[in-house]
Design a binder for this molecule. Structure first.
Ligand code: A3P
Length: 319
């Protein structure tokens, strides 16, 4: 283990201890910082990331609200950016032997574990991931030339259902209603979700060359088109020769839900985070849109739709 950075507790412990707190939900407390309910175990990591991360101009920061397609985005961006070193059709591609989360570091965990020296050792262009809201990203990322940011969001109803199934792995007696209410009152995992989404939405309008805003549903509808868009945004468009060789289609195929879900590496094993471990297969459930109808009552669905309609009104973004 690389333990070089100063203990973030010494630097940010007092600040966090003074923040409003909510009791535990799925075994973790929440702290309210600048309008967002941060998972308490990661609050130190988020602050350390915010204050200590120095981007390189060609870094790409992948961002998302949890359960909105992070894993998929990671595979698509990794496969597209690493395609020279690792052709997507190659039998020994890293994504065939490593879980996607092992290919792209999670900032909250890296900074909580005081392992930021690992980031210095990564070759450029670096790909990193965080769930941190836009307003809490390092200023070095969001101002000036910063670096590129890609965000993915999803129909909140499918997010709730996906989150419920995922969190049940951590707390088996969790109910869908409990998950739903904590999303509705904004206190779960980096919530409120609408403010999280809107932060990135507004940033993508203000800084379109720096912030790309994606929706899971659009990606599912036409994955190839979005792989092209991502590659272009990251400054690595596909060449005519690559198009002719079917490289985009190979990326899409490699990262497809069925392919990923059925890899041995994703059927077994766990990710070891600072405070818990998560089975690799928890990240691959159904991979479709609209599964909420099988779990949520029409009343719950319209309540969620209503609140999002209300919060998003006049922003140009539709849920
Ligand atoms: P479901 O639970 O609705 O199936 P995250 O990666 O942000 O945790 O989001 C997880 C959601 O993305 C899960 O949704 C999961 O099945 C889906 N997912 C994971 N890999 C995917 C892929 N390659 N293609 C499409 N969806 C994928």
């Amino acid at each position: 283990t690389v333990l070089t950075a100063r203990d973030p507790k010494e630097e940010f412990g007092d600040l966090i201890a003074a923040l409003p707190r909510k009791e535990k939900f799925i075994l973790i407390g929440r702290r309210l910082y600048k309008g967002f309910w941060l998972p308490e175990p990661y609050a130190l990591g988020i602050l350390a990331f915010q204050r200590r991360f120095t981007p390189r101009p060609d870094d790409v920061v992948l961002t998302s609200y949890p359960k909105c397609g992070t894993t998929w985005l990671k595979t698509l961006v990794f496969a597209a950016m690493a395609r020279d070193a690792y052709p997507p059709a190659a039998a020994d591609h890293p994504l065939r032997r490593l879980n996607p989360h092992a290919c792209i570091p999670f900032m909250e965990d890296i900074f909580t574990k005081r392992q930021e020296a690992k980031l210095d050792g990564l070759p450029s262009p670096r790909l990193v991931h965080t769930h941190t809201p836009y307003a809490l990203l390092p200023e070095t990322v969001t101002t000036g030339d910063g670096c590129k940011v890609v965000y993915i969001c999803r129909d909140p109803k499918d997010m709730v259902v996906s989150m419920y199934h995922y969190l049940r792995r951590l707390q088996p007696d969790l109910s869908l209603a409990g998950t739903f209410h904590s999303v509705l009152d904004g206190t779960v995992l980096y919530g409120p979700m609408w403010d999280h989404v809107l932060g990135y939405w507004h940033a993508s309008i203000a800084r379109p060359d720096r912030v790309l805003f994606l929706k899971y549903e659009d990606l599912l509808r036409n994955t190839g088109e979005h792989v092209r868009k991502l590659a272009e945004f990251m400054g690595r468009p596909f060449s005519g020769a690559e198009e002719a060789a079917g490289t985009v289609e190979s990326v899409v195929e490699l990262c497809s839900f069925d392919k990923m879900k059925n890899l041995d590496v994703n059927k077994t094993g766990t990710i070891e985070r600072k405070y818990h471990s998560i089975a690799h297969d928890a990240f691959f459930r159904k991979g479709v849109t609209g599964d909420w109808v099988n779990h949520m009552s029409p009343e719950m669905a319209s309540r969620l739709d209503e609140i999002f309609r209300d919060k998003l009104r006049g922003t140009g973004l539709t849920a």
